[in-house]
Ligand binder design. Structure first.
Ligand code: HEM
Length: 505
């Protein structure tokens, strides 16, 4: 694996901090396309890279990449084309053919900023620390090395210093592979290599009816915050957040729970932090656990148990609205599938509808905090990412054991990793006492809560309220079915920042 020392000998001249009061309105053409809208994808590659020691050459090549970077306006355009294409096919009574589309975005870690000589402090502690150092706090399994530094049980590639990631998306493997080759051709001409590939993680949307569903089988990507003055037609139940919750330097880019703005350098405006996690999922093991723990003779089916662990049925229908039976039509209907707040009578104190530790309730507790006078606005994230790995094989189903790596490349954009992604994982999902002020201890988020205390050590995990017939009973969660194997924190700069601060003519 590559390991390039960080010379830190370059200095990029940066202008003064952002003055929120003098900002022009948001221009979507300045914002990379994955953040506010999401690059359309069937296939998506995450090319993690290191910058060569010839930093000047890298920065010059980066300038040549900028025309290839897909902006928010271009993504809006691409999505409009997809809608029109589907409509046309429906009118002709045909299945739509996939349009040949691809998208490219780029983001840099703190190591990357150091390497580029950008010395301004972006003002986010988790980002500056880097995810590997943060991994123990996130609950990842690992062990101290000879110098007593915690080393997570990640794959080796992610134990390198990752300087950046290029996100490449498209309609099929061929398109994405060709676009990736075009990106690499910009940076690496002949023998002159300015970008070293550390690893490319390849994601693929699941096939057929599983499209949009993560590998445990649940429809994902439903609940996203709407961004003020950008997403102007939120769906019922979809909360609108200030632009600064997602974009640095904009109104609401504040330390959570305060009105204190973060101090950002001017070039950070309209950039967004990106928390990337390479999460493996033990699907047959999870399915077997659901079967073994259910009690169908009393109406407590494995589907109901799964729905209560997630907070939604596989169709996407929220258990807070449909507590006893799935409603597939509502699950896929944006007018219905996000319209709940855990505020039905008795919701605050009981787990009749959704366990306190249900994944969606842990990660966006809605009324559980608002009723206590706390805002959740600055904890919100926009989730992108994609599944990776093959479908289950018959052998895996019959043996109940994972033989092939699969899971989720989790990608969350936010105005502050410390405010939101890190806080959600550490202080909510991993915190048995959250949501607070409940009559019983909620326990761990069964999907992502972590209690690792050492090498390969799954510390004990449990949750309450999984069984609607016996809500005070504690369900023991014998293993962690989501296993982190890598990741990093990045910053996705605006197009002007890429042009004026990151690249060179
Ligand atoms: C393999 C790991 C994961 C799986 C299988 C998973 C699955 C899901 C599913 C099925 C939903 C419901 C669909 C939706 O509301 O969009 C969801 C929602 C959500 N997840 Fe995850 N997730 C994973 C990791 C994470 C992580 C690491 C975080 C953050 C630390 C997270 C935060 C959220 C949030 C904020 C929501 C929306 C909750 C709401 O607004 O109601 N997830 N996830």
């Amino acid at each position: 694996m590559l390991f390039l020392p960080d010379p830190g000998s370059f200095f990029v001249d940066c202008t003064s901090p952002i003055m929120a009061s003098t900002l022009p309105p948001l221009n979507p053409a300045n914002v990379q396309g994955d953040i506010l809208v999401g690059l359309p994808k069937k296939v998506q590659h995450y090319l993690f890279f290191q910058i060569d020691d010839d930093v000047t050459a890298f920065r010059k090549r980066l300038r040549l990449l900028i025309p290839l970077i897909t902006t928010t306006v271009q993504v809006q355009d691409d999505r409009a084309k997809i809608v029109a294409n589907k409509k046309k096919a429906a009118e002709l009574g045909k299945a739509p053919e996939l349009l040949r589309l691809s998208g490219v975005n780029i983001a840099f870690s703190q190591f990357g900023l150091n390497k580029l000589g950008i010395k301004d402090n972006l003002g986010d502690t988790a980002f500056a620390t880097g995810q590997q150092k943060d991994s123990q706090g996130l609950g990842d399994a690992g062990a101290p090395d000879a110098n007593n530094n915690f080393v997570p049980n990640w794959i080796n590639a992610f134990k390198n210093q990752i300087h950046g990631v290029v996100i490449i998306s498209g309609d099929c493997d061929l398109t994405v592979t060709a676009t990736q080759a075009a990106v690499l051709a910009i940076f690496n001409i002949g023998a002159h290599i300015t970008l070293h590939e550390v690893i490319t993680v390849k994601g693929v949307v699941r096939p057929g009816a599983e499209k949009g569903h993560e590998h445990f089988g649940f429809l994902d990507g439903i609940s996203q915050p709407a961004v003020k003055d950008f997403d102007t037609k939120p769906n019922p139940g979809q909360e609108t957040v200030s632009q600064g919750v997602i974009l640095c330097g904009r109104e609401g880019d504040v330390v959570a729970g305060t009105t204190t703005p973060f101090t950002r350098p001017a070039w950070a405006l309209d950039g967004s932090f990106l928390a990337l996690r390479y999460l493996f999922q033990l699907v047959p093991e999870f399915d077997n656990f659901l079967k073994a723990s259910a009690d169908p003779t009393k109406g407590f089916t494995s589907d109901l148990l799964g729905a209560r662990l997630v907070g939604r049925w596989k169709s996407g229908a929220p258990v807070d609205v449909f507590p006893l039976a799935d409603n597939p039509a509502a699950g896929k209907d944006p007018l219905q599938n996000n319209n709940f707040r855990y505020d039905f009578p008795n919701d605050f104190d009981t787990q009749d509808r959704c366990p306190f530790a249900g994944h969606t309730r842990k990660t966006n507790p809605r009324n559980d905090l608002e009723q206590l006078g706390f805002s959740t606005e600055n904890r919100r994230i926009i989730r992108r990412g994609v599944q990776f790995g093959p479908e289950l094989t018959p052998e895996e189903v019959s043996s109940g054991k994972t033989h092939h790596g699969r899971g989720l490349i989790f990608a969350a954009y936010c105005g502050s990793i410390t405010n939101s992604f890190q806080f959600i994982q550490q202080s909510w999902a991993n915190n048995q006492g959250f949501p607070i002020q409940k009559p019983v201890s909620p326990g761990f988020d069964a999907i992502i809560g972590q209690n690792n205390q050492g090498p390969d050590d799954n510390g004990p995990r449990s949750m309450s309220g999984a069984n609607p017939n016996n809500q005070t009973a504690t369900l023991s969660l014998p293993i962690e079915w989501v296993v982190p194997k890598g990741g990093e924190y990045f910053f996705s700069p605006s197009i002007p920042a890429l042009r004026d601060t990151f690249s060179l003519v």
